[in-house]
Design a protein around this ligand. Structure first.
Ligand SMILES: Cc1cc2nc3c(=O)[nH]c(=O)nc-3n(C[C@H](O)[C@H](O)[C@H](O)COP(=O)(O)O)c2cc1C
Length: 195
């Protein structure tokens, strides 16, 4: 089959990213949520996360005021709330109340977290890269919270219990079947210890 060059370069062809809900707060204490499809872990030590926020977004103004934000990972069955937070601006409404989310107080940052999301992270803004119509915000993760529902009996994180939500080509997708563990090839005899 032929591999055809598309008419213009675009990052949209990337395969799914997890959808995250970024929480922030204004100077009067009104919390806000923005749905973000473009996010990534950046480094593991220190633990950092990056998010692409449009330069015109109301949430960007709030994050720049506090220099922090929350990253909350929703479940696939929260897709209606996710889409709502990505379709309305918090300029004139309280999206926590409108979407039926509860404010979870943070310990180390001013931005709140979302209690109903199974994973939430407190992030301090450490760097901003101006790229064009989006800024790439890098936050250091200073605290992480996991709901008991995604832990196994020993209290360890269990990915099979998370039911994450992904953004793929302007559509929402949930996760498919597990294929293998990382580095499974190292255990196969053809590679031995060479990998
Ligand atoms: C699935 C989805 C993914 C989105 N991803 C991004 C993104 O990565 N960056 C961004 O700036 N806006 C993104 N948006 C748009 C914002 O969430 C949307 O403009 C939101 O209403 C902005 O909220 P605010 O005005 O309260 O800041 C996305 C929206 C949806 C529905």
């Amino acid at each position: 089959m032929a591999k055809l060059q598309r008419s213009s370069p675009s990052s949209r062809y990337f395969y799914p990213w997890p959808v995250v809900l970024v929480s922030c707060v204004d100077e009067k204490g009104k919390p806000n949520i923005i749905t973000i499809g473009a996010s990534s872990i950046c480094s593991s030590n220190p633990p950092t996360v990056g998010i692409a926020v449009g330069t015109m977004q109301y949430s960007l103004t709030l994050i720049n005021q506090t220099c922090d934000f929350g990253v909350n990972l929703p479940r696939a069955d929260q897709v209606r709330q996710v889409d709502f937070c990505g379709s309305k601006s918090g300029r004139n409404m309280n999206k926590f109340e409108a979407a039926g989310f509860t404010v979870q107080r943070s310990l180390l940052i001013r931005s709140p977290l979302i209690e109903e999301c199974p994973v939430s992270m407190e992030c301090k803004l450490i760097e901003t890269v101006h790229l064009g119509n989006h800024d790439w915000l890098i936050g250091e993760i200073v605290a992480v919270y996991c709901d008991e529902s995604i832990l196994d009996e020993a209290g360890n994180f269990d990915p099979s219990k998370c039911n994450p939500l992904f953004a793929f080509w302007s559509e929402y997708w949930s996760i498919g079947a597990k294929l293998a563990d990382w580095h499974f090839m190292r255990r196969e005899s053809c590679l031995g210890d060479q990998a």
